[in-house]
Design a binder for this molecule. Structure first.
Ligand code: ASP
Length: 289
């Protein structure tokens, strides 16, 4: 994870954009089989990989003091794209759409020269082993064994541009075709003039509470840390679900909160420091439904 943070930091230090930085960090995590995104994603009940990813950016509007422009892109249930976050960004930058799914999204990736692969190339040995043992115990259908490892990044650059990106294989034992929060702008990822955020956890609850939209909105009059905590507390109250969130505000303040068993955060700040945090949960993990 810290290697992924370093890649993003190198871009920011070189004067690059927050969007470039978050995408570079997420690509590094997608390529690493330790994480539930890209190669190493968890498997559906049918034993295949289906991935979701999203990006959103907010940047100061030229010539309009205090105004921000935004852009967003997302992919859902893609099966053959090596780095879904790259395709999500391409949808934001090269189409008039926000969310593309499945085969159509993959066709668009091919047109742009974004690398495709076989679904089998995305399946790590570890994911297969876990899937087999889950299936053997009937654990997948009961959703008793949700692994974590969804990845995301949020950043602000020297020009005040903010961005967040998120990517996941979803939840183990999901039905083919199930789409989670990472593909839903406002739920798993969001950015606007106040800040940028991305989330992990119970996708269905994150969608129905529009978690990242709520958290960024809460930055009006609250610190980044307080906004993150409030968003998770609200999700617990509304859904008794489990989630984590990271966010950055337009002053470069960082916030994170979760109520999962564990969540790790890698931080690069404007003083040039790198930090690795095992974030303490703000409440005990929610009981599985
Ligand atoms: N939020 C992801 C999903 O529901 C899973 C996770 O973050 O663990 O697809």
């Amino acid at each position: 994870m810290m290697e992924a943070v370093r890649r993003g930091a190198a871009i920011l230090r070189g004067g690059g954009s927050a969007l470039d930085a978050v995408v570079a960090s997420v690509v590094a995590l997608e390529d690493d089989p330790l994480f539930n995104a890209g190669y190493g994603s968890v498997l559906t009940t049918e034993g295949s990989v289906e991935m979701d990813a999203g990006v959103m950016a907010a940047w100061p509007a030229q010539g309009r003091r205090g105004a921000f422009e935004t852009g967003a892109g997302a992919v859902a249930a893609v099966r053959r794209v090596k780095n879904p976050v790259v395709l999500a960004r391409a949808i934001m930058e090269h189409t008039g759409h926000v969310l593309m799914a499945g085969a159509g999204a993959e066709q668009f990736a091919r047109k742009l020269g974004i690398p495709l692969c076989r679904n089998a190339d995305l399946i790590s040995e570890r994911a297969l082993r876990r899937w087999r043992s889950g299936m053997a115990r009937g654990a997948l259908e009961s959703r008793a064994e949700r692994p974590h490892g969804t990845v995301g990044a949020a950043a602000i650059d020297a020009r005040g541009r903010m961005a967040a990106a998120v990517s996941t294989g979803g939840v183990t034992g999901k039905m083919p075709g199930r789409v989670g929060d990472c593909a839903v702008i406002g739920a798993g990822v969001f950015a606007e003039r106040l800040g940028a955020a991305c989330a992990t956890g119970d996708g269905e609850a994150i969608i129905t509470t529009a978690l990242c939209r709520q958290a960024v909105g809460a930055l009006e009059g609250a610190s980044a840390q307080r906004a993150a905590g409030r968003a998770i507390a609200r999700l617990i109250a509304a859904r008794r679900a489990e989630a984590g969130i990271i966010l950055v505000d337009r002053a470069g303040q960082i916030g994170y909160a979760h109520n999962a068993q564990s969540m790790q955060v890698g931080i690069f700040d404007s003083a040039g420091r790198f930090r690795h945090v095992w974030a303490a949960p703000i409440a005990p993990p929610a009981r599985r439904r």
